[in-house]
Ligand binder design. Structure first.
Ligand code: GLA
Length: 764
C-alpha cells in the first residue's frame, strides 16, 4: 500500500495491496490513466496516458489545445457542459438556472488511515497502518463549489474506495442534480459486463453479456431501496476471464436506496462505468456553507477472475464493513417460526417449538411476525410495537424466559419503518408516512412507509424500539422492510427540497440504526426485506447478516446463494431448512439436501420442529453438530466456487478454505439425475498443494458418497450418530492431487441430491 504524488508531473499513483490506480492531471482535469495489476512506481508512468488528438465533432475547453476534447479524455470525475458528451458523474444547477460547472484541480492531501463518512456507512480501517487516503481537491470558482474526491487504498485488500464531497462556499444556492460516487473510463471495450438481477424470491441471478457501443448496461433502482430486482453492483470482465483467471473490475455501492450503475461504450471504444445515487427523482439544494457527501463505492480489481474479486469483497466486507461484537463471532443456529405458524400461534405453541429445538442443538429461537398489536394477518398493527396479550397472555418477557429455560436464546422480528393504516400509530399520526399532499396513498402489503426523513419519526422509533428491546432478554432482532416507496414526498420538506426525501430517508434510517445498534451492542441484528430486497453493503455496516431470500427451496437457493456470493460473504447470508413441499415452489427435496444447502450460510430451520419424525430429528441433530464443526470455516473462510448453477447441467459446487489452508468444507449438489451420467469429478481449489488432507463425508442422509480412487468407506445408509465419517480408507490425499485430479463424486441418486466433505490437513 502506498500513494505516490508528484505534483510537478501531475501524477498520482495509488497502490492498494497488489493493485495500481493512476491519475494524471491534464490541463487541470484529473484524467484516468490506469487501474489493474500493481506497477512499479517511476516517472515514466507520467507518459503512460496516450491523449487522443483530433476528436472530430467534439469541441475543446482548452483554446490553446484545439485537439483536446473532454469527450475523448479518460476522466476521474467527468462534468457536463464543456465538451464531454458522455454520462457525467455530477451535475449542478446554479442560481441563474445554468447547468455548467467546471472543476479544476486545486490541491491534494494524503493522510494515513481512512476517514469515516458523515452519516453514511463505509468501509473502515481499524488503525492508520491499514489504509491511506488521497483527497484530490477540485474547484469551480465561478460557482463557489469545492469538490473533494476521496480515494482510500489498503495494505491487505485489492480494493480502492471512492466517494465525493461537495462543499458550497459561494454566495447563491446551488442545486445538485446528480452526484455519483465513482466513474472510471476504461481505454477499450473488450469486456463483458456482469451484474445480479432478479425479483422477489429470485434474487441476484448472475447475468453476463458483452459490451456493445452505446449505453451497454444501465442498472437502476427507483424503489427507494436497493431492491430485489437489481443489486448495487456492476463488474467488467476481460473477454475470456472466468471464475479463476483474467482481469475483473468490480464496483459495489455502499448504499441501500435508489441507485444507478451504468456501462457506456463511446465512439472511440472507451468504456465509462459509473455508480452512485440514482439521479432520477433526486436533487439536493446546497445553501452557501452547506455540503453533500456521496455514498462510497468500493472498487475491486482481480487478476484471478471473478473468484478472486469475490474473495476480496468477502474479506473486506466481513472484516472492515460489518462491525460490532458479532462480526467475528460464530453466528447462532436458529429456528424461526414464520413458515411453521405464520400468524397463527400463541405462547404455548412457541414454547413447544423451543422445547423441540433445545435437544437438537439449536441455539436461538426467533419469534417472527404477528406478536404485536392485533396482527392476525398482514393488514394491521405495524407501528403498534406492544405485545398482543391474546397470543402472549404473560407477555414477551415471560415467553423469552420460557424459551431460555429450554437452553435456547430468544430473538424477535420487527418491521419498524412501516405503518399499517389500521394501527394506533397511524390514527394518531396520519402525516408520519411518506405521502404527497392531496394524493391518495398507494399501499403495498396493506402498509405505508414511515417518513424517516423526519427526525421526530426516527426519535419515536428509537424510543419505542428501545423499550421493546429492554423489555425481554432479546439476543437477536430480524429487522424487516416489506414494500418499496411510492408517492415519495415528505409533509415536512419545503417544495424545493422534496426531491431530497428518498435520500434523507436513508440518512434517517442509517442514523436510527447507528443509535440502536450502539445502544444494544449485544443484540445480533439481521436485515430483511421480503427476503433479499435490501441485501447491500450499506445495510451490512449496521446489521452483519441478511435474510437472503424468502425463497427457501433448496434448488432455488443454489442459484440465489451462488449469485449473492459474487459480492457478499457467506457470513452475511441467512439460510434455513424449511418444510416440504416447499411453500414457494412446491418442490420436494430431501432434508439432507436442504441441510447441505443451508449449511453454506448462517444455518437455521424455518419449520415446525414438533412435526419432525424420529429419523428427521436424528438427521437434524447430526446436521447441527456438523454445522457447529464447520461454521467457522463457512463464516470466516475463503470461498471458492466450483460449479455454477447458471452454466452447464445446473450442478452446483463450492467450498470454503481456512486462511491457513489446513481445513476445508466442500458442498456438491446434483440438481437433476440423468442415466449413465458422466463421471462427476470435482477439482478443488484454494488448497495448499504441499499439504495432505484427510477427507470425511458430511452428515449422511444425503444419498451420495465419495470415491477418491480408493474404496469409499462411508456408510451406505449414512445412518450414524457422528456428523462426519471417514471417506475412502482414511488415506490422506495431496492438495495438488485434489486440485488437479479431483474427487470423483458418484452414486448421487435421484434429483436434488447432495454431498458434503470436510478436509483436514495431516502429517502423512
Ligand atoms: C417478510 C420476510 C419473511 C417474514 C414475513 C413476515 O416477507 O421476508 O421472512 O418475516 O415478512 O411477515
Amino acid at each position: 500500500m502506498n500513494i505516490f504524488a508528484d505534483e510537478s508531473l501531475g501524477l498520482f499513483h495509488l497502490q492498494s495491496k497488489d493493485t495500481s490506480y493512476i491519475i494524471q492531471l491534464v490541463e487541470g482535469y484529473p484524467a484516468h490513466v490506469y487501474w489493474g495489476a500493481r506497477l512499479r512506481h517511476d516517472d515514466s508512468l507520467a507518459g503512460a496516458l496516450e491523449l487522443r488528438e483530433r476528436a472530430s465533432f467534439s469541441p475543446t475547453p482548452v483554446l490553446t489545445r484545439p485537439s483536446l476534447s473532454l469527450d475523448a479524455l479518460p476522466q476521474e470525475y467527468p462534468q457536463y457542459g464543456t465538451s464531454d458528451f458522455r454520462r457525467p458523474a455530477y451535475q449542478v444547477q446554479l442560481a441563474d438556472g445554468t447547468r455548467i460547472s467546471e472543476l479544476k484541480y486545486a490541491g491534494y492531501t494524503i493522510t494515513p488511515g481512512k476517514p469515516a463518512l458523515e452519516g453514511l456507512p463505509a468501509v473502515y480501517a481499524e488503525n492508520e497502518a491499514e489504509a491511506q487516503t488521497l483527497e484530490l481537491t477540485l474547484k469551480d470558482d465561478y460557482a463557489g463549489l469545492t469538490v473533494r474526491l476521496l480515494y482510500t487504498v489498503f495494505a491487505d485488500h485489492n480494493a480502492i474506495t471512492r466517494s465525493v464531497r461537495f462543499e458550497h462556499n459561494g454566495e447563491a444556492p446551488l442545486r445538485l442534480e446528480q452526484a455519483l460516487s465513482a466513474s472510471v473510463d476504461f481505454a477499450d471495450s473488450s469486456y463483458d459486463t456482469l451484474h445480479l438481477s432478479g425479483a422477489w424470491a429470485r434474487e441476484r441471478h448472475v447475468q453476463r453479456r458483452p459490451l456493445t457501443p452505446g449505453a451497454a448496461l444501465s442498472l437502476e433502482s427507483r424503489r427507494g431501496s436497493s431492491s430485489h430486482q437489481t443489486n448495487p453492483f456492476i463488474a467488467l470482465l476481460r473477454h475470456g476471464a472466468d471464475e479463476d483467471q483474467g482481469d475483473v473490475y468490480g464496483f459495489s455501492l455502499v448504499y441501500s436506496g435508489s441507485f444507478a450503475a451504468t456501462a457506456e461504450v463511446e465512439q472511440f471504444g472507451q468504456t465509462r462505468v459509473s455508480i452512485g445515487i440514482n439521479p432520477f427523482d433526486f436533487s439536493w439544494l446546497l445553501e452557501p456553507g452547506q455540503s453533500f457527501q456521496t455514498p462510497e463505492a468500493v472498487l475491486v480489481y482481480s487478476g484471478e477472475g471473478l473468484g478472486g474479486m469475490s474473495r476480496t469483497y468477502h474479506r473486506l466486507y466481513r472484516t472492515r464493513l460489518c462491525r460490532g461484537v458479532h462480526r467475528d463471532q460464530a453466528r447462532p443456529i436458529l429456528v424461526n417460526n414464520w413458515e411453521a405458524t405464520y400468524f397463527d400461534f400463541d405462547a404455548d405453541k412457541i414454547a413447544t417449538i423451543a422445547k423441540a429445538a433445545g435437544p437438537l442443538g439449536i441455539e436461538l429461537f426467533v419469534l417472527d411476525d404477528g406478536w404485536f398489536g392485533r396482527r392476525d394477518k398482514d393488514n394491521s398493527s405495524l407501528g403498534d410495537w406492544f405485545e398482543d396479550r391474546r397470543k402472549l397472555p404473560e407477555g414477551l418477557a415471560d415467553l423469552a424466559d420460557r424459551v431460555n429455560k429450554e437452553g435456547v436464546q430468544f430473538g424477535l422480528w420487527v418491521e419498524p419503518e412501516m405503518v399499517s393504516p389500521d394501527s394506533e400509530l397511524y390514527r394518531k399520526h396520519p402525516d408520519w408516512c411518506l405521502h404527497a399532499a392531496g394524493r391518495r396513498r398507494t399501499e403495498g402489503r396493506n402498509q405505508l412507509i414511515l417518513d424517516l426523513s423526519r427526525p421526530e419519526v426516527c426519535d419515536y422509533l428509537y424510543e419505542t424500539l428501545s423499550a421493546v428491546f429492554f423489555s425481554a432478554p432479546i439476543r437477536y432482532i430480524k429487522w424487516d422492510m416489506n414494500r418499496n416507496m411510492t408517492e415519495i414526498a415528505s409533509a415536512k420538506a419545503s417544495p424545493e427540497r422534496q426531491k431530497e426525501t428518498a435520500h434523507r430517508y436513508m440518512l434517517g434510517l442509517y442514523n436510527l440504526l447507528e443509535r440502536l445498534t450502539s445502544r444494544f451492542p449485544d443484540i445480533l441484528f439481521e436485515s430483511c426485506s421480503g427476503g433479499g430486497g435490501r441485501f447491500d453493503p450499506g445495510i451490512l455496516f449496521y446489521m452483519p447478516q441478511t435474510w437472503t431470500s424468502d425463497n427457501t427451496d433448496a434448488v432455488e437457493r443454489l442459484a440465489i446463494q451462488y449469485g449473492t456470493s459474487i459480492v457478499y460473504p457467506a457470513s452475511s447470508m441467512g439460510a434455513h431448512v424449511s418444510d416440504v413441499p416447499n411453500h414457494q415452489v412446491d418442490r420436494i427435496t430431501t432434508l439432507a439436501t436442504r441441510g447441505d444447502v443451508a449449511m453454506s450460510g448462517n444455518f437455521g430451520y424455518e419449520l415446525d420442529l414438533t412435526k419432525f419424525t424420529e429419523a428427521e430429528k436424528d438427521l437434524a441433530t447430526r446436521q447441527i453438530a456438523q454445522y457447529k464443526e464447520i461454521r467457522t470455516l463457512v463464516q470466516q473462510g475463503d470461498m471458492y466456487r466450483l460449479l455454477s448453477p447458471f452454466e452447464g447441467s445446473g450442478d452446483t459446487a463450492w467450498m470454503f478454505v481456512s486462511e491457513d489452508k489446513t481445513e476445508a468444507f466442500v458442498a456438491y449438489f446434483r440438481v437433476l439425475a440423468i442415466p449413465n451420467p458422466p463421471i462427476s469429478r470435482l477439482t478443488l481449489k484454494g488448497l495448499n498443494p504441499e499439504l495432505d488432507y484427510v477427507i470425511e463425508t458430511g452428515a449422511k442422509g444425503s444419498n451420495g458418497h465419495v470415491h477418491g480412487g480408493a474404496e469409499a468407506s462411508a456408510p451406505a445408509d449414512g445412518v450414524s450418530s457422528a456428523p462426519f465419517q471417514t471417506a475412502f480408507d482414511g488415506t490422506p490425499l495431496g492438495g495438488d492431487r485434489l486440485m488437479r485430479i479431483g474427487l470423483v463424486v458418484s452414486d448421487l441418486r435421484g434429483d436434488y441430491a447432495s454431498c458434503t466433505y470436510r478436509l483436514r490437513a495431516v502429517q502423512r
